[in-house]
Design a protein around this ligand. Structure first.
Ligand code: M6R
Length: 612
């Protein structure tokens, strides 16, 4: 949540900061602001409630602000309403220190009261302002900004990535990180900080990732990093291997649609390096076959769509491995005194690699002795770095808040992991293994086939978009798929919708079905096709309008009962959700478009959820 960018160099900082913020806006879009320092004008802060374009108009795209060093912020409000005053950067009372912050200062009330007791007055309702004020307080005491930073860090609790600009230090700004992402960028005669590499990729691909407790002093020609004790740290540099076009719309109206269309290629890239001589290989895995054989249990933890991938994983991995697999919401796992130990493999799934709940669950599982394997998209992210093993999805940057290609690449990777473990455990008959691999290879092309049905789905959305309540029903893998279809639809179209295991309807939910209720019936899971058909008949008898999804083999039979049937190509059972999710994503997209919603930046949401 919230995006941070910082620049110091020889060019005008304003336009560079605004451009960086535009690329970070997916992280939060309640308000935006910049602080820029110049010899003539001193420390200038400009901020505005609303989307970045409001700020951009205020500062003429950044050109109206003088100076070649500055920090910027795009906000997802936590403490205090999204208004101008609560927007970042926040200033100290004497306006000599400006701070941008991503995260939450948990003990801000106590610090605020302490500082108010010292006669310091506050302007905003935010937790962040205490950082600026506390820093200024210690700066007045010590006369040394670095000492003041360390004293301030000693006092604050919570999660934070901070950018700090001080009027007395015109050639450098300070960056700090704990439990919130922040990276350093090394340009030609210029340096950067950013929450995410997309903000600075235009200027440099050479980055390093800050660790918890580190403090960086960022100058145009050098970045010095110190640990929590103030000792210098040598940072390892990484090179980003994708370019700026990957983070641009490239002619599409929305990032979400572009990312839906990119799925076959993203899945291809995820599969390709891990398939050799028709066997799945994970050269990046450190676990030995003996360790894999010794596993007694697998627990998958994640949030949101990544959790839905885990739900598919529960069905598929249990089936392939004949080992118990449990999938848990990371936010629940943390507080349920989980039964994991050194015989448990905990699979952590996260696109961003920064989701706070998921990160906390990872740390807890680790402290209990579990082996942690993460499936992550963002290279160098916190979850990737703290895991024992990491499998990258190689989906490229995903900008739309609603995940699509990350979901698909996570899913294929989890299935591949099932194949890999199953091979070692000998739990998959050779013939079945070969047929799954064959379908794995065919998957990207079959995804392309599904994308060819876009116009039909668009038409169905044009007749369905006025519904105010929608139910997704399905059994087994179709239930897991329904969870994702329903989340996609509600998060971007704001239509109330729920996913139910179809067999559960009769235990209560069916009382909600009345004339004209839209039910999206998922019938791709062939072993339970007949049972799903019975559930369709039941809801139709109560007046529901049904839109159904099945595979080519069952389409004809389904059409006898339901006029609106969407199809996916036949494939092995484990890959049905990989194909089935695409029509549901496209349906959600066009429903939201018909309703005039802000598809890439749905209300109240942010891409990277770094608050609890
Ligand atoms: O980055 P992560 O995969 O950890 O994010 C988890 C969820 O916040 C995320 O999947 C969210 O549910 C998406 N907006 C769904 O489209």
């Amino acid at each position: 949540m919230c995006g941070i960018v910082g620049y110091v160099g020889t060019e005008q900082a304003g336009p560079i900061l605004l451009d960086g913020l535009e690329r970070l806006e997916y992280r939060g879009y309640d308000s935006a602001g910049i602080a820029v320092l110049s010899n003539e004008k001193g420390l200038q802060v400009k901020k505005a409630k609303g989307r970045l374009k409001v700020l951009s108009a205020l500062v003429d795209g950044g050109k109206a602000v003088e100076g070649s060093i500055g920090i910027g912020h795009t906000r997802w409000a936590t403490h205090g309403q999204p208004n101008d005053v609560n927007s970042h950067p926040h200033l100290s009372e004497d306006s000599r220190i400006a701070v941008v912050h991503n995260g939450i200062i948990e003990n801000y009330v106590e610090i605020k009261e302490y500082l108010m007791g010292k006669g310091i007055s506050f302007r905003s309702e935010t937790d962040t302002e205490v950082v600026a004020q506390l820093l200024a307080y210690h700066y007045r005491q010590t006369g040394d900004i670095m000492q003041a930073v360390y004293r301030m860090l000693h006092r604050i609790e919570g999660a934070y990535a901070l950018g700090i600009l001080c009027a007395d230090m015109p050639d450098a700004f300070i960056a700090v990180r704990k439990d919130a992402p922040l990276l350093l960028g090394y340009g030609q005669g210029c340096s950067f900080i950013a929450s995410d590499v997309t903000a600075i990729i235009k200027h440099t691909r050479e980055v390093s990732y800050m660790e918890d407790g580190e403090v960086a002093v960022v100058r145009a020609d050098s970045i010095r990093v110190y640990n929590a004790l103030g000792r210098p740290v040598e940072k390892e540099h990484s090179f980003i291997d994708w370019d700026v076009s990957a983070a641009e719309k490239g002619g599409y109206a929305h990032f979400m649609f572009k990312e839906i269309m990119e799925q076959p290629e993203a899945v291809r890239k995820t599969i390709h390096p891990r398939l050799k001589d028709r066997r799945v290989v994970f050269e990046e895995l450190k676990m030995s076959p003996e360790e894999i054989r010794a596993l007694q249990r697998i627990v998958i933890v994640a949030c949101g769509s990544s959790y839905h991938v885990g739900m598919v994983g529960k069905y598929n991995l249990e089936r392939l491995l004949r080992r118990p697999v449990e999938t848990m919401l990371a936010s629940e796992f943390r507080y349920c005194d989980p039964l994991v130990d050194e015989h448990t493999l905990v699979i952590v799934i996260s696109q961003s690699g920064e989701t706070l709940d998921t990160m906390a669950a990872l740390r807890q599982a680790k402290s209990l002795g579990a082996h942690i394997l993460s499936i992550v998209n963002v290279v160098g992210s916190s979850i990737a770095r703290e895991s024992d093993e990491v499998l990258y999805t190689w989906a490229g940057p995903e900008i739309a808040v609603a995940t699509t290609k990350a979901y698909s690449t996570q899913l294929v990777l989890l299935n591949m992991l099932g194949l890999y473990f199953g091979d070692i455990l000998g739990s998959i008959p050779a013939e079945e293994y070969a047929s799954i691999v064959e379908e794995l290879q065919a998957l990207p092309a079959k995804m392309e086939e599904v994308l060819e049905n876009t116009d039909r789905i668009k038409y169905l959305a044009s007749v369905c978009f006025n519904h105010s309540s929608i139910f997704f029903i399905g059994r087994n893998l179709d239930y897991a798929l329904g969870l994702e279809g329903s989340l996609k639809l509600k998060e971007i179209s704001y239509i109330h919708c729920e996913a139910y295991a179809a067999g559960e309807l009769k235990h209560g939910t069916i009382s909600l079905i009345e004339d004209g209720t839209l039910v999206v019936a998922l019938c791709t899971y062939a072993p339970l096709f007949d049972k799903s058909l019975s559930n369709i008949v039941e809801v139709k008898a109560r007046g529901a309008d049904v839109l159904a999804l099945t595979d080519d083999s069952h389409a004809e039979e389904l059409r006898k009962t339901v006029p609106n049937v969407l199809t996916i190509p036949d494939t092995h059972t484990v890959f049905k959700p990989s194909l089935g999710v695409i029509p549901l994503q496209i349906f959600a997209y066009y429903m939201a478009l018909q309703r005039g919603c802000d598809i890439d930046k749905p209300r109240n949401l942010a891409k990277s959820v770094t608050v609890e």
